[in-house]
Write a protein that binds this ligand. Structure first.
Ligand code: AMP
Length: 114
């Protein structure tokens, strides 16, 4: 059996996380190594390895994740703005093979990203 990703282990309750939101479809928790004062990870409960493996059938699910990101940004009072990042594949530095949105805020950010 393939080894669980760290995010699947969080979904299954095998390891703890600072969960701030969940519903039938998704889970949101604070990143363990925050890159900004607010750094939240939003994931689907269903395992999709990366953005590159999102299919037409996943459109509603991915839309839901984006709506959850927007609602969390409001609840976390990221009134000055925020950045949403999806790293996809090795060149982007994806380190966990489970689709996830980074929600970053609480400080000014530069562009382009590194
Ligand atoms: P990425 O590099 O885009 O794949 O992002 C993976 C993110 O997951 C990184 O920001 C990690 O700090 C974060 N991460 C890894 N393990 C955990 C964990 N156990 N709890 C919360 N965040 C984690």
């Amino acid at each position: 059996m393939a080894q669980k990703t760290v995010f699947k282990r969080i979904i299954d309750g095998d390891i703890p996380a600072r969960i701030i939101y969940q519903d039938d479809l998704c889970l949101a928790f604070h990143d363990v190594a925050p890159q900004a004062p607010t750094h939240v990870i939003v994931i689907p409960k269903r395992e999709i390895p990366s953005l590159d493996e999102v299919s037409d059938d996943d459109a509603a699910l991915v839309g839901h994740l984006v709506v959850v990101v927007r609602k969390l940004a409001g609840q976390l009072q990221l009134d000055g703005g925020y950045r949403v990042v999806v790293n996809c594949g090795p060149d982007a530095g994806q380190s966990v093979d489970h689709l996830h949105f980074h929600l970053l805020g609480g400080r000014p950010m530069s562009w382009p990203p590194g």
